[in-house]
Design a protein around this ligand. Sequence first.
Ligand SMILES: Cc1cc2nc3c(=O)[nH]c(=O)nc-3n(C[C@H](O)[C@H](O)[C@H](O)COP(=O)(O)OP(=O)(O)OC[C@H]3O[C@@H](n4cnc5c(N)ncnc54)[C@H](O)[C@@H]3O)c2cc1C
Length: 389
Amino acid sequence: MTICILGGGIGGLSTAIALKQAGFEVDVYERHSKPSEIGAGIVCWPNASFVLEQLGVLDKIAKVAGSINYMNRFSSSGESIGSLNITELNLLMKYPSYSIIRKDLMNILTERSLELNVNIHYQHNVESLSDNNGKACVQFSHGKHIKPDIIIGADGRMNSLARKYVNIDNKQIYQGFINWIGVFESKFDVFTELSVSDYWGEGDRFGIVPISKSKAYWAGGTVSEHISDASPVRYKSELTSLFSRWPSIITKMINETPLSRINKIYVHDHDPINNWSKNNVILLGDAAHSPLPTSGQGACQALEDAWHLANCLRNNNGAELSLVFKQFSELRMAKTSGIILGGRQLATSIFNQNVEYCQQRNLASKQTDYKMVVAGMAKSWSSGLPICS
Ligand SMILES: Cc1cc2nc3c(=O)[nH]c(=O)nc-3n(C[C@H](O)[C@H](O)[C@H](O)COP(=O)(O)OP(=O)(O)OC[C@H]3O[C@@H](n4cnc5c(N)ncnc54)[C@H](O)[C@@H]3O)c2cc1C
């Protein structure tokens, strides 16, 4: 059976590893010339750590990642408005949470893929998928085309051609806010402990996720009705004008992060769709479900997909492909749709510009029983996985 994966991002590579470990031969086709270095960092929550362990890379992740212990929420003036105990979440879910620079995660997944002899074909930009006697074939921009038995669409959220083939419409939805993301590194210790800090303003937000005492990734966000050009030379002045009156650690992050390590993203997602497959094509990761960053679960869910799809294909007992794909979609759809909607709900609250609303929201956060929140997160993020909560 020939299996090809379109897209060598987090979802594509983790699926390649899981399939190879399950005994399949697999080819990955990626448009770029090397592993993607785009993006700042990711929190691998315990559900992701379970999958990373199954893929044989959790030890390597632990060596370069941060063991975060709390997520502390603050108002834009620095007043504490709640604290979520990540150590408690880890205990309930029986796996650690790690903060990691995205480039490091990609390098570890790439190394593991190569160790298992996965064929990664860089500089293969998919141009289209077309029908050929009830089977899709893939056309690349440089003229080559392939007709594999199975095509896994892991080509991301912004213009997935696999999603277009399956769902016809692949138009992403702009959710009305920007994220500037950056990676900060210092020669000196800056963080006394590895806690996530999440500052909420009135239509603005700044989050800092330490990887070590001297390294962190961060994201500054604000409401923006329209999409305009990203102009790197203006990033620092844009950020400074928004966050100069916020706690000094934020100004430090902005001032001391080189411009080359800051990116500006107009944040998009997709509505959940209720069909992820057509003929021999199955979608996964952001191509199937792309939650907002406020969900904190995009990459974690792409990893879960990898594990589930490999299991469904390995245990199929000769069932028709359509049934295997149906089984996979049924296992994954409710959880990922809930995460998309949860991400939107939090974004609507965080990026609300109404002063009174924000005061009430912060008060509600202060009065929240975060122990209960942790229990709820453990329950929903464990669902579908053999980990306890
Ligand atoms: C600002 C921001 C912050 C985020 N923070 C977090 C976080 O903290 N935690 C978390 O879990 N998730 C986070 N996410 C979400 C996470 O990045 C994604 O959910 C995750 O990367 C999905 O993996 P994927 O493999 O499906 O897609 P991607 O990682 O986007 O990979 C898709 C791959 O497909 C390739 N590709 C696309 N089109 C083609 C084509 N035509 N031909 C060939 N190759 C193609 C791309 O080059 C890319 O390598 C964040 C997202 C954003 C935007």
